[in-house]
Design a protein around this ligand. Structure first.
Ligand SMILES: [Zn+2]
Length: 101
């Protein structure tokens, strides 16, 4: 498939971004889509939701459902494992930035 590597690289950055916010707060999917848009990532719900689902399955995020004006909204935040991964990623990211930029 064409552009698969490019997609993988950008997805990696999106995982880091998600863990960064999940470290500080509970967020929901459409909020994250807007947030990523502000940072120049155009990600569709069809791409984001499978990422969030996989992160819940791998124990990186907790999910809770909340009724907001009669609609069920899914909120996410980091698990302990997610926070530890974020710490690791930040070290690697700093190394990378120092070398590449
Ligand atoms: Zn952000």
């Amino acid at each position: 498939m064409k552009d698969q590597i490019i997609r993988k690289i950008f997805n990696g950055l999106i995982y880091i971004h998600i863990l960064h916010h999940g470290n500080k707060e509970w967020f929901y999917g459409s909020w994250m889509i807007d947030e990523l848009k502000e940072h120049g990532y155009n990600i569709s719900p069809g791409t984001l939701y499978p990422i969030l689902k996989a992160m819940v399955e791998e124990d990186l995020l907790y999910k809770k459902e909340k009724n907001v004006n009669g609609k069920i909204r899914k909120y996410y935040t980091n698990t302990e494992k997610g926070n530890l991964l974020l710490l690791d990623l930040k070290k690697n990211l700093k190394e990378l930035v120092d070398e590449v930029l």
